[in-house]
Design a protein around this ligand. Structure first.
Ligand code: C5J
Length: 227
């Protein structure tokens, strides 16, 4: 069974049985007022506008039985999985592992590292903890997708130009067809959001396709995927 979504640069056709929704890094420290992202001077509203459409997307995908995976960016408490070059980045005293407004910054198990309540994973939905920006690097994601026979990915989350882009590029190089949902990805920088989306679909879809979540859900409904 296949479904088709109006998309850029041209309609995206997928089989729901071999498609997974990948929700990238919808973590408190990136999205919540008072979190790490805001403490760096970022306007978290630029990311928070993705929460409501992603909530509706998750509900629709669960209803249609789509395979759903969540990711979180972060590191082990002893930082042994954090390359020194990554550790050195950022503002002094606001680096990975330092105390932040919601616990140690980007450390697994800390309050700020977890996914926002609105988008909490449902029982059985895998959560991939990743040390890098891309969801494939140093994780079990590739094996998990291969085991399930997944060939297409619908990618949402934050931030558009960093972890969403890196994951889509990694996936594209591994042969996955990737659809990015524009209203469910967010950047602190409106210009990066616009250009980030344009880059995905440029040159005939160099990394993938871009559509809206409402069009994607409508395509699932029209495909009459069994619940
Ligand atoms: C993500 C980041 N998730 N911007 N991380 O994009 O550092």
């Amino acid at each position: 069974m296949s479904a088709t979504v109006p998309a850029l640069p041209y309609p995206f056709t997928f089989d729901p049985a071999t498609t997974a929704l990948v929700v990238i890094d919808m973590q408190r420290d990136f999205l919540e007022p008072g979190g790490f992202g805001e403490s760096l001077g970022n306007d978290v509203e630029q990311l928070r506008r993705t929460i409501a459409p992603t909530e509706a997307l998750l509900a629709g995908c669960r209803e249609f039985g789509l395979f759903i995976i969540h990711t979180r960016e972060g590191h082990l408490p002893d930082l042994s999985d954090c390359p020194p070059a990554k550790l050195r980045r950022g503002k002094p005293s606001m680096r990975i592992g330092d105390p932040g407004p919601r616990g140690r910054i980007l450390i697994r198990g800390e309050e700020g590292h977890d996914i926002v309540d609105e988008l909490a994973p449902a029982p059985g939905e895998p959560v991939i903890d990743k040390p890098g920006k891309g969801a494939f690097y140093a994780t079990e994601l590739g094996d998990l997708l291969a085991d399930k026979g997944i060939t297409s990915l619908v990618v949402v989350g934050v931030t558009t130009e960093v972890c969403v882009h890196t994951t889509v590029r990694e996936a594209n190089d591994r042969g996955y067809e990737c659809l990015v949902l524009s209203d469910c990805v967010g950047s602190y920088f409106p210009e990066f959001q616009r250009v980030g989306l344009e880059m995905v679909a440029a040159q005939g879809g160099i990394f993938g396709w871009v559509a809206t979540s409402t069009d994607f859900l409508q395509a699932l409904r029209e495909a009459k995927v069994p619940v």
